[in-house]
Design a protein around this ligand. Structure first.
Ligand SMILES: *Cc1c(COP(=O)(O)O)cnc(C)c1O
Length: 356
């Protein structure tokens, strides 16, 4: 049976990326060595890293004031590393609490300074994105999560603020064009939309660094990573390689404009289907719906288990909602073909016609 991979992360990757990565495990670029066996200070790996960095700069159209790093860990590491580098004792950072990941990020930051929660959507179970909030004038930065992977909301317009913007883009990175030069720091774990788990992309505007007095452990220090060109210690070589291949694939497909077109087609098809079938309901405010992760419910909770069973039986992978939210979550990352969404929607219609 053909499987349709709607996993929220780690998630679907382009088939060609998987094929190239498998070949490189046996014989990397005809070197006769595996990508797992080559030194990270070889010209071979330097070429991989260089291409990954320049692809990021090209896709984001970054100006020269930015540095691009590939660092160990997941986005959760960045929850700590960002404040460790940007927030001094007694200073304040502003955070938006629009879901589970943003909340975790602010909790970690509170270990380093004062946190002002400037937007909080918990009054409606995080089914919307706050608008029109104010950020304290002395905030060192404002942290947002551009796509709330668990709750299914996404920022479609960014807050108008003088504070440097810091964004966790783990689950919508490279899914749409945006003015990346508006951000002072962008980070993303690779395993949602740009590769394999184990590596973080970190994009930093250099001017935000070097402003705090507290000593920073070397391996956590962005400035030291910049000086070392992401090679302070052994990077996750294979994970960087898979990201490089995925970035190359995105560029070959036509870049972020084409990624967004595909993503809008997939999400419109799914949300239109949800809205047209009374058996299903989506609670997220329409204007804040995520084009990456659609979260919805069965109008009759008793039908949730039968629907999820049917999905399983038909090869629909990873559509059960997050454990604290429940319901259904369909993730539609870059590599997911429209055809998978079409087949899923047909299944929804079929289910509705029998249970509705
Ligand atoms: C998945 C996710 C995380 C956590 O990523 P890890 O790599 O597991 O640390 C953080 N933020 C967002 C928005 C996510 O989707």
């Amino acid at each position: 049976m053909k499987l349709h991979n709607f996993n929220s992360g780690p998630s679907i990757l382009p088939q060609t990326v998987l094929e190239q990565a498998s070949r490189a495990i046996l014989n990397f670029n005809d070197t006769g060595l595996s990508i797992l066996e080559i030194g990270h200070r070889t010209a071979w790996f330097q070429e991989v890293l260089n291409e990954a960095v320049s692809s990021v700069k090209q896709l984001m159209q970054l100006d020269d004031s930015y540095e691009v790093l590939f660092l160990h860990g997941g986005a959760t590491t960045q929850f700590m590393q960002v404040p460790m580098n940007l927030l001094d004792d007694g200073e304040t950072a502003a955070y938006c609490d629009n879901g589970i990941w943003g909340k975790k990020a602010s909790k970690e930051a509170s270990l380093f300074g004062n946190i002002a929660v400037v937007a909080d959507s918990s009054d409606k179970n995080h089914t919307y994105i706050n608008k029109g909030f104010t950020v304290p004038a002395d905030a060192k930065y404002l942290h947002i999560t551009t796509n709330n992977t668990v709750e299914g909301t996404q920022w479609h317009q960014f807050p108008d603020t003088n504070a440097p913007l810091v964004a966790d883009m783990s689950s919508d990175i490279f899914s749409r064009p945006m003015d990346f030069n508006r951000f002072s720091l962008i980070y993303a774990g690779a395993q949602k939309n740009m590769g394999a788990a184990g590596v973080n992309l970190v994009v930093i505007k250099k001017e935000v660094l070097g402003k705090i007095k507290r000593p920073i452990p070397t391996i956590m220090n962005y400035q030291k990573h910049i000086e070392a060109g992401s090679l302070m210690n052994t990077p996750p070589v294979f994970a960087v390689y898979v990201s490089m291949l995925t970035l190359r694939w995105i560029i070959e497909q036509g870049g972020l404009v084409e990624m967004e077109k595909a993503s809008l087609a997939k999400s419109a098809l799914l949300y239109n289907t949800i809205d047209s079938l009374p058996v299903f309901k989506a609670n997220v405010a329409k204007e804040d719906r995520s084009h990456m992760n659609a979260v919805f419910f069965l109008s009759d909770p008793a039908l949730e288990a039968p629907f999820l069973d049917l999905c399983k039986k038909e090869g629909m992978i990873g559509v059960k909602g997050y454990r604290t939210v429940g319901g259904v979550r369909v993730s539609m990352y870059n590599a997911l073909p429209l055809e998978s969404v079409q087949i899923f929607c047909d299944l929804m219609k079929d289910f509705a016609s029998r249970k509705g």
